[in-house]
Design a protein around this ligand. Structure first.
Ligand code: DG2
Length: 243
């Protein structure tokens, strides 16, 4: 048995402005920092003691993990970071307003790009100001030009099956701090959600989601949000973005 805690970063500047973010490295706003503190308090109050944290290479996830762990007095645990936990690359939508995009392309196309399993947004041009073409943190990898959820699952699974499962197998309590869609990919795998039903899943910001895993690294009981009411309210706010 091992414990896995999933935590989407707190509210970012571009969440607040309602812009598609993807791999653009935006910061948290004050509300997001407060959510990270709350997430850390919930982890501490529940008696969970993360032994190791895995984050994406993006500031909003890194800062959320730092704040939450500091609050939980677990600021000293080892850290592992990987691009495979990054948010889904939102392609040419990165930097666009979600409400304007919905008005321009219609609800159906908007939701296909946001939530479908296998419809990627249009690809970003390498010289776009929001492409990560020469970003040194991605040296040695081919930066995606767009991704659908299926693509995220394909690039995330080696990291789940490798470094994260290694820590779980060693009996460590693992905190993964990542993003709305990279966590949807992981939850889809863990909860066995179908390609059709995953369209309805929204991950709230700053809310720890706790899994008890068996020896096969699959849940032994349904995962729980440490503050279920607040998680439900925030998930519905995420679902309604763009409306
Ligand atoms: C959001 C998710 O990613 O947006 O890229 O815009 O979790 O890093 O804030 P995050 C983005 P939606 O898919 O919910 O529109």
């Amino acid at each position: 048995m091992s414990t896995l805690i999933l935590l989407r970063h707190g509210r970012s500047d571009w969440n607040e402005k309602n812009l598609f973010t993807g791999w653009v490295d935006v910061d948290l706003i004050d509300k997001g920092r407060a959510e990270a503190v709350r997430g850390g308090e919930l982890i501490k109050e529940s008696g969970l003691l993360p032994d190791v944290v895995h984050t994406s290479l993006l500031r909003r996830a890194i800062t959320t993990a730092n704040i939450a762990l500091d609050t939980a007095d677990r600021h000293w645990i080892p850290v592992r970071r990987d691009w495979r936990l990054n948010e889904r690359h939102y392609g040419a939508l990165q930097g666009l307003d979600k409400a304007t995009t919905r008005d321009t392309y219609g609800e159906e196309q908007f939701m296909l790009w946001r939530r479908s399993f296998d419809t990627p947004p249009p690809a970003i041009e390498p010289d776009d100001e929001y492409a990560q073409t020469d970003d040194p943190r991605y040296a040695g990898i081919e930066v995606p030009r767009t991704e659908c959820l299926k693509d995220v699952i394909e690039r995330l699974m080696p990291y789940w099956e490798g470094p994260i499962r290694e820590d779980l197998a060693a009996g460590r309590t693992v905190l993964v701090t990542a993003h709305g869609n990279s966590l949807r990919a992981l939850v889809k795998h863990l909860d066995g959600i179908s390609d059709e039903d995953i369209t309805g899943l929204n991950i709230p910001t700053g809310m720890p989601l706790v899994y008890d895993l068996g020896e096969d690294f699959m849940p032994t009981r349904p995962a729980v949000y440490l503050d279920p009411e607040a998680a439900a309210a925030e998930a519905s706010a995420v679902a309604n973005q763009g409306k």
